[in-house]
Design a protein around this ligand. Sequence first.
Ligand SMILES: Nc1ncnc2c1ncn2[C@@H]1O[C@H](COP(=O)(O)OP(=O)(O)OP(=O)(O)O)[C@@H](O)[C@H]1O
Length: 628
Amino acid sequence: MDKREFLNSNQEVIKYFIRLMHKLTPAYLPTLLVQSLMKTIRPLLFIMGPKLIVDELMGLQRTDRLVLLIAIIALGNFVVGVTEKVLKSKTDLLTYKFNNAFERHIAKKTVEIDFENVEDPEILNLKERALFAVRNHGLMYGMVEGLSKIANEMILIVSLSAIIWTFSPWVLLLLIGVVMINSFLFKKIQKYYYRESTNTVNANRAFVYYINQSGDQELAKDIRLYNMPKMIIDKMNRVNLATYDEYLKIYGTISRLDGLVSVNVQIQTVIIYILLAAKAVGGTVTIGNFMMYAGTIGKYSQSMNNFVSGIIEVNRLCRQLELLVEYEKIPASKDSGDQAMPDGNLFEIEFHDVSFKYPRAEDFTLKNISVKIHPGEKISIIGLNGAGKTTFVKLLTRLYKPTEGKITLNGVDINDVDYNAYMSNIAAVFQDYRLFGISVEENITGKNTLDFETGGKNGESDDNGDASVVSAEGDKNAAAAEGAEREIYGILEKVGVASDIAALPNGLKTTLDKRFDRGATKLSGGQAQKVAIARALCKDAPIVVLDEPTAALDPIAEHDVYCRFDQMVQNKTAIYISHRLSSCRFCDRILVFDKGRIIEVGSHDELIIQEGSQYERMFNAQATYYSA
Ligand SMILES: Nc1ncnc2c1ncn2[C@@H]1O[C@H](COP(=O)(O)OP(=O)(O)OP(=O)(O)O)[C@@H](O)[C@H]1O
């Protein structure tokens, strides 16, 4: 990066930072500016005040003048002191608010980025490096401090330089010389800090991964059953050992450079004091001026070092914040496509010679898929493990884009359609679906109906998480809530889990994670799967995708779902992936996948009579167990 590019990128980063601060916590920046102004006033008060008093004591000794001076200094000190304290508690609170708002901002960004980026190691690395700096090095607060430090030290330096000039221009030059040597050392120190964050990023990511795995509820059983704790702790230990040497090297060098900076400052202070003492002894400097110069010179070198370290610090932080700016630029799914949804409630879906390769994969997972799904049709997709069935629906649900070819909805490329509009027209239950540790109702509707820890209260918070906007329209809301509950129970009835949910301690309001709520419950695998199907049906989208929806259901529950399938997806286009081939009987057409291609298409009756077809072989292989 050449110098101009570097400066431009610093400008971009600082602009981003200031805009973000203003957006997330508007009061933060003005409060910090006032605080930094206060920090400038106090040293000037302490340098000029004593000089004026001593001059008066050594000169005319006017009592009224002395009283006035002492009163001004005391009052000034009082006002600055009180204001500083008030501002400090205000900025502490604002820092807390800003940090929380920032975490929400990043969480929002993370859930909005294109799905295919979510598992991209480069993106994960970028995110990790950006967030590591923010969390472990107090990047945001460091930036705030760095910028306000630069501002207030600049004002101070100009005032102090004028005072030193009147003592000796040579002393001013000496001070500037030492500051330049120290800036060089500071720069080196910052480079080592940067090296620390980049060289240890992979190890830190692995460490955090193991911490999360050890506390993961989903893994808790396997960890215990397969004696994994020792292995996990050992892995964490190895990661620590790998980073320990690097930390040792980096921090050893940093402390040596820091020591050199202090030695320079001490040498400079000794030289200046000798000069000052010589002038005082020679009688060319009054006692009042001696005190003022001594104070000014001490403060000057401190301010200069602060100023330079502020600039270097902000530069360093800009390099790290740059990662965050880059992360923010990763495309968000919600921004893709700007066309309206095609008219109507039922759509014709068509795959036009679609081929697909997972990001960074070498081989195609889907090859030349061409198929038309008619409005309202019920399609069953079958095939061996790894044939590409789930990938097919991942493309339809816009988690990935086709590498070649396109998918259309009534002739319109689905990736040109407004993302949110498209997503509200498609509902899917994947094999690896998850329910959140929130209430059953919230899981199904995707709407916030319980406040944290208060339970049972309707409320929505604004984007900044500031206020809980609790609706005042009591009765009307209660009636609406009752209606919504009835509707949800209707859907739960369809999937055969209504009575189980009604029997929970708080019915629909029961939460599904005991970490936050002792009254929480854990649903069985089958109950959870039914709730996941209910979530998809509640969306009332015209296209429904069910990927292995009965895998966790007992035979009776599975039979129940089969019997109610028509009722569940009435007036919808449905795609049903299953290894239980009896499910193919209630679908209009079957697509048989093999090694990324569609090899057979037809109804059950058509395919079963094709002797030697994949479908016939699979169906009969499964049927033998039932007919024995
Ligand atoms: N995120 C991914 N990144 C890279 N490859 C993937 C990814 N997801 C799936 N694959 C690969 O794509 C191929 C097809 O997987 P897919 O899940 O679509 O198969 P499937 O037919 O649904 O299998 P199953 O019956 O086992 O569920 C597999 O070889 C799999 O390893």
